[in-house]
Ligand binder design. Structure first.
Ligand code: PPS
Length: 575
């Protein structure tokens, strides 16, 4: 270990990985131990415990450390540590454990990653944990929600012996642990290094500020993005890493290095910022850039921010000496068109015009295929984002029909499918009610429970089609509103979702009775028949309502196509 680099937190860089003989021995003994399948968050925590990113921790926290951290931000031995790293397990697993016993920790595929020697088992007071660590019990805070709904009731503390690192198949060369990053720094002759933490794509403002921070400090730069768990809705890490690789080319040669951090963020604001600082210190960095609302989850539904914008900076400042890693306050950079330059906001003279584009505005521009100005981002970064967020005319979408039996759903859906196939450009899949019932859902009947399962299945496959850039056309009755809304949410996260209510009245459907089912339903031969002996909940959120009495199926399909054009799903070139 090179000695001139900053000392790790607690003095020693922890390495919990056993050598191969010991690993084989542990694996053999594990036959007799209970097992725990780690959650995604726990796998992230374990990786940083094992490689020393969480030095001086040598395992999941025992009760004394956990309570110290929650209440006073310190481990039982007095070392500063702001976030509990606790292993939560089910009651069933906890019941089979006793102090001194062993627990095999496995990944989702069942591979044993580590052995935990149990020190203690206790039931955490999760409300108190939320209040102490995150300063709130509001479930709109993602970490509080996680405690309330994704945390098992028992904590198990104990030291770890690692058998193997969690497996990663992506960006393998960029996933350096703290010892490897330190070796790189030593090899490059870097002693003063400023770390930049991020969970978002980086644009010009970030490049300017990181470059300035490094230049002012006469330090080198470690771009250290989080690729473990970030905020739901964030740009996926594959896209982000390609963006970071692109932006790295815009720094002077040999001044910046990138490594990926498998951290499961809690979005805990000030305490999280301190955690980030400790981790970066373990990776050999002497400075950490801390911005406005660093690692905060934003605001609650009433618009009140969970943390003050500079709380994180203040907390770090208070403990800077003890931590040993310095905080570089992030000066927000804004673009000044008159100077064609980014300037720290506090250096912009009054009355001077500045420009900025918010994250939401960027998404809107990408989605509409609109220009993203070169002052905002680098063209190679924009190109990567465009690959992930193509304009609507290249995104997948689902047209979801709902309506009574005999309303005309299948006929219109077929016309629409043919028209879309004629246009070409995207694969089209039709999930018609009858076809689905013959193939996907052949074992199901027409109880509410079975109808819900059926509609969920259709939603699932349509979401897959949509995510992969295709068009799904679904045409079941889908009589229940809640499940339709569930599908809307699921599919909208993958691309477009258009709900079409084929609003043919019961009288007309019954009069048409093309399949003779209404007559049978009235005669009681078919039970639970929608509209006759079973409910149909009219949608209040239909994007298109079709009247099939005076309008032909071709005209109905045309109405949908015009809607798709207006919304941008069908580009001018395709018609
Ligand atoms: S649901 O409620 O969405 O799961 O129904 P779906 O899968 O679309 O199936 C509806 C088709 O099944 C025939 N059928 C019935 N419909 C409603 N209620 C009962 N009890 C029933 N029994 C059989 C009917 O032909 C429906 O087809 P469409 O094309 O809608 O007329």
């Amino acid at each position: 270990m090179p000695t001139h680099l900053i000392r790790p937190h607690g003095g020693t860089l922890v390495d919990l990985l056993a050598d191969s003989d010991r690993a084989a021995e542990l694996k053999e003994h594990s036959r007799d131990w209970p097992s725990w399948d780690l959650t995604s968050r726990q796998v992230c925590d374990l990786e940083l415990l094992m490689n020393g990113g969480f030095s001086p921790l040598r395992g999941f926290m025992n009760k004394a450390d956990y309570e110290g951290v929650c209440q006073t931000m310190r481990l039982a031995d007095g070392t500063l540590w702001p976030i509990p790293i606790a292993l939560d397990v089910t009651e069933e697993v906890a019941e089979g454990l006793a102090p001194g016993g062993k627990l095999a920790l496995r990944d989702a595929e069942g591979n044993m990653l580590a052995m935990l020697t149990v020190e203690d088992i206790w039931q955490g007071d999760l409300d108190a944990e939320a209040e102490n660590v995150f300063g709130t019990t509001n479930p709109e805070h993602p970490a509080v929600a996680y405690l309330a709904s994704s945390t098992d009731p028992w904590y198990v503390g104990g030291t770890i012996e690692g058998l193997q690192r969690p497996k990663h198949y992506d960006f393998v060369l960029l996933r350096l642990g703290p010892a490897q990053v330190r070796d790189e720094f030593a090899r490059l002759g870097w002693r003063k290094v400023v770390a930049f933490q991020t969970r978002n794509p980086m644009h010009r403002a970030h490049q300017e500020l990181t470059f300035r921070a490094a230049a002012e400090l006469e330090a080198n730069l470690l771009i250290h993005p989080v690729v473990g768990l970030t905020k739901p809705g964030d740009v996926d890490h594959y896209t982000r890493v390609r963006c970071y690789q692109a932006i790295l080319r815009h720094y002077p040669k040999h001044t910046a290095l990138m490594s990926l951090l498998p951290l499961a963020m809690r979005l805990g604001g000030p305490r999280e910022a301190m955690w980030h600082a400790i981790i970066r210190k373990n990776f050999g960095c002497t400075h950490l850039i801390v911005g406005r609302d660093h690692a905060g989850p934003g605001s609650d539904s009433s618009g009140t921010p969970f943390y003050g914008p500079y709380d994180a900076q203040e907390l770090l400042q208070q403990h800077e000496d003890e931590l040993g890693i310095a905080m570089v306050p992030f000066k927000m950079m804004v673009y000044v068109p008159d100077r064609d330059a980014y300037v720290p906001i506090d250096e912009v003279p009054e009355g001077i015009k500045t420009l900025s584009i918010s994250g939401t505005q960027l998404r809107e521009r990408l989605s509409a295929g609109r220009e993203i100005p070169p002052w905002f981002s680098f063209p190679d970064v924009v190109q990567e984002l465009r690959r992930t967020y193509p304009p609507r005319s290249r995104q997948g979408f689902t047209v979801f029909f709902t309506g009574l039996s005999g309303a005309g759903k299948s006929t219109i859906a077929n016309v629409l499918m043919v028209k879309l196939l004629e246009m070409g450009g995207r694969p089209v899949t039709l999930w018609d009610g009858d076809i689905v019932r013959k193939n996907l859902s052949s074992e199901l009947g027409f109880s509410k429970e079975h109808r819900d399962i059926n509609i969920r299945r259709i939603g699932f496959v349509a979401a897959q089609n949509t995510r992969n850039g295709g068009i799904a056309i679904c045409a079941p009755i889908a009589p229940y509103d809640a499940i339709r809304k569930e599908n809307r949410e699921l599919i909208s996260a993958c691309g477009g979702y258009i709900l079409v209510h084929v609003a043919t009245s019961l009288e007309v459907c019954e009069q048409r009775d093309t399949k003779g089912l209404y007559a049978k339903a009235r005669a009681g031969i078919i039970k639970e028949f929608t509209g006759i002996s079973d409910p149909y909940e009219e949608p209040d959120d239909a994007d298109i309502v079709l009247d099939t009495v005076d309008v032909t199926p071709e005209e109905c399909a045309q109405q949908i196509i015009l809607h798709l054009e207006r919304e941008g799903y069908i580009g001018a070139g395709e018609t």
